[in-house]
Design a protein around this ligand. Structure first.
Ligand code: GLC
Length: 686
């Protein structure tokens, strides 16, 4: 018998034994809701073999394996019976249309509740602004209870069951989730599962010497083991603390803290940790979350002698969580937050692990191309690395709440005759505004004095040159900055996947340097791009087309509406093409009876693409640029103005069918008068 057959047999036998026990436990619930019970049984039987195999691999060697297994099943069943009816209805809808998140209708936004709207109630009042922008996905940054003062922006969670009382209550969050769903917006929350805060009840119990909870974390009496581990570990936050361990004087222990000293890494080698976190995950799912952003996935399994990143067990843990979600909260999607080497980023993405993932490579390389004016590394890397398995999608973004790290592959760079290390130094210098000719106003993040490594903080607008242009009052710089912003948005909105906007960037918010005088934030430059939203200011600029901020907003709203009308942008492949011009990035989207040929220029000067290529990639002779409405023929080279992006549709192909109202757009009729619409600059404006 093969290993796989053996596991299959063991799984079947185990379920035969466990199922009757579950039936007894949930007899009352099954009597009241027999259809729910049957649905649960069906899904459990479907997932069982896989779940069993994963857990056996991870924890089969533990004396109490079956105890944990049975408790997990009970937790899943309990959670399913506690799931609100509207979520069960959503489960059914999502199971019937599993590709829902790949639609071109999807547009994401992310924000901190306190910084964006004060409280959950305040956020509810902002719902019209999300609709106006066309959002269908809203990621609320961590809002669970966390330590006062320093909390890594909420990424140090003290309870997964209570919210930060300043923001609201779990009940309010559940109501908001339901209301968002009614408005066609999916709620996205973090599952910060690599660590808890040192104030979490488990950590407190460990501090009090409770052995059961000491085993939830990595605690060491001396440096012996930490030193051995550290030989192969990468430092993640070198400016706040060297190494990956923090000394706790109160308990006389070194604690594994990959990030800040108050974020204690959980020990997933302990099955009790997996079970405890699975319960927290299912609780969060039942609030009404549709996408769970799995925070810091790369770090969850430690193995001595390795970097303790991206270990095979990290995947098994996520896959086992996913099986449980399929059983008890089937509408739930996982989004991976792996800001690591591109090969490792992709390794988390599969229909059975994380269905969606940040695309840090595209993000970093868009900025790289903007700095160099050349697209060779971007085009080469995307050609090799953009394609994903069926049933999964990228989340494409320009900025998030985090820094920009230059996570491209060194060999990809060398292939294009770029020295990777020198190039990273150049990019850091460029985005810190330290090079002549740089338009960016970025701030260094976690500059490592030993390695010289650094990452970059800053808002989209400040990095794209708007801050400098406003300060200098230089009209031409202003125009170029606006064009860069629009071009970058045009790419993430058309390249395929879910575009994600860091809210604030939709109006070109500039860096806010005030964080430096707040002792809780001063040592973390990421706060420079996390300012408090100023709604009085926004009210003034948002619809003022004479203001650069109003222009950024209007252009973006328009582009989003345009995206939603292009079926070629939904679930299908992106073919990256050779444009024959080192400044032009090109790709074709083809699907649902439509073909779109996108060309984006990263040059501050006009550029041309050969007419033949236009014919070949565009498959046509006459084209309309959907962004400007201008037509192009393949008689002459395609000419692009500085930083222009065109979405070319051949006029000869069949047109999209259906009424515009069916395409679900919110713009322009609801937003601007025709007169105002005409005033929005559609580059090229000259
Ligand atoms: C993720 C978050 C980041 C946080 C870290 C530790 O990378 O995006 O903001 O600092 O995890 O939780």
């Amino acid at each position: 018998m093969t290993d796989a057959q053996q596991v299959q047999q063991q799984a079947a036998l185990s379920l035969e034994r466990l199922w009757p026990r579950l039936e007894i436990t949930f007899r009352d619930e099954a009597d009241v809701a027999p259809a729910d019970w049957r649905a649960l049984e069906m899904r459990l039987r479907h997932e069982w073999e896989r779940l069993f195999g994963l857990l056996l691999g991870l924890y089969g060697g533990h004396y109490d394996f079956f105890y944990h297994l049975e408790e997990l099943l009970r937790a899943a069943a309990r959670s399913w019976f506690a799931r609100p009816t509207w979520l069960k209805q959503l489960d059914a809808r999502r199971e019937a249309a599993p590709a829902w998140f790949q639609s071109q209708q999807m547009v994401g936004g992310m924000c901190y509740v306190d910084l964006f709207a004060g409280t959950l109630q305040g956020l509810r009042d902002r719902l019209p602004s999300f609709k106006k922008l066309g959002l269908t996905y809203l990621h609320l940054m961590p809002l669970f209870e966390s330590p006062e003062g320093k909390s890594d922006g909420g990424y140090a969670v003290s309870s997964y069951r209570r919210l930060n009382p300043k923001l609201g209550t779990i009940e309010e969050l559940a109501e908001l989730a339901c209301e968002l769903q009614e408005q066609g917006i999916s709620l996205v929350l973090d599952f910060v599962f690599n660590h808890t805060s040192d104030e979490h009840e488990w950590a407190r119990r460990a501090q009090a010497g409770d052995h059961e909870y000491e085993r939830f974390y990595f605690l060491f009496p001396d440096r012996r083991i930490p030193d051995t581990y550290e030989r192969t570990l990468r430092e993640i936050f070198p400016t706040v603390r060297r190494g990956s361990f923090s000394w706790r004087e109160d308990i006389h222990r070194w604690v594994w803290t990959t990030f800040n000293s108050f974020q204690w890494d959980l020990n997933y080698a302990n099955p009790a940790v997996f079970r405890a976190m699975a319960q927290e995950m299912l609780f969060i799912a039942n609030i009404g979350v549709e996408v769970l952003r799995l925070d810091a996935v790369a770090f969850i399994w430690k193995r001595m002698g390795t970097s303790c990143e991206n270990q095979p067990e990290a995947h098994q843990i996520i896959q086992a969580f996913h099986c449980l979600a399929r059983i008890a909260a089937p509408a739930l999607l996982f989004k991976s937050e792996a800001i690591v080497h591109p090969d490792d980023v992709v390794s988390y993405i599969s229909p059975r692990e994380c269905q969606i993932s940040y695309n840090p490579l595209l993000m970093a390389l868009l900025w790289e191309s903007l700095a160099t004016g050349e697209v060779k590394l971007l085009a080469h890397s995307m050609r090799r690395r953009f394609r994903l398995p069926q049933g999964t999608a990228w989340v494409n973004y320009l900025r998030s709440h985090d820094d920009i790290g230059w996570t491209f592959d060194d060999n990809d760079a060398r292939w294009k005759w770029i020295d990777p290390s020198g190039h990273r130094t150049f990019l850091n210098q460029f985005y810190m505004g330290r090079l002549p000719g740089s338009f960016a106003r970025g701030v260094p993040f976690q500059e490592n004095p030993d390695t010289g490594d650094a990452r970059i903080s800053g808002t989209l607008a400040s990095l794209a040159g708007l801050e400098l242009a406003i300060q200098s009052g230089d009209e031409q710089q202003m125009e170029l900055a606006m064009r860069r912003i629009q071009m970058l948005y045009s790419i993430i909105l058309s390249i395929g996947g879910i575009p994600l906007i860091y809210l604030g960037d939709e109006v070109g918010t500039l860096n806010d340097y005030a964080f430096a005088s707040d002792p809780d934030k001063a040592d973390d430059s990421r706060w420079v791009h996390r300012p408090q939203a100023d709604w009085a200011w926004r009210g003034k600029v948002e619809h003022d087309l004479n203001s650069p901020h109003g222009q950024v907003f209007a252009q973006l709203v328009r582009l989003i509406a345009l995206r939603k009308q292009q079926p070629a942008i939904s679930d299908s492949e992106t073919a990256f093409v050779e444009t024959g011009n080192g400044h032009l990035f090109g790709y074709v989207r083809h699907g649902a009876g439509q073909r779109l040929f996108v060309v984006a220029s990263f040059s501050p000067h006009p550029q041309e693409m050969d007419a033949n290529l236009l014919r070949v990639y565009g498959v046509g002779y006459r084209f309309t640029d959907l962004i400007t409405g201008q037509t192009h023929t393949a008689e002459q080279p395609l000419r692009l103005e500085p930083y222009q992006c065109v979405w070319l549709e051949p006029s000869s192909l069949p047109k999209v069918t259906g009424e515009p109202s069916e395409w679900g757009t919110s713009y322009p009729s609801e937003m601007l008068t025709e007169e105002q619409d005409r005033k929005i600059p559609r580059f090229p404006s000259v």
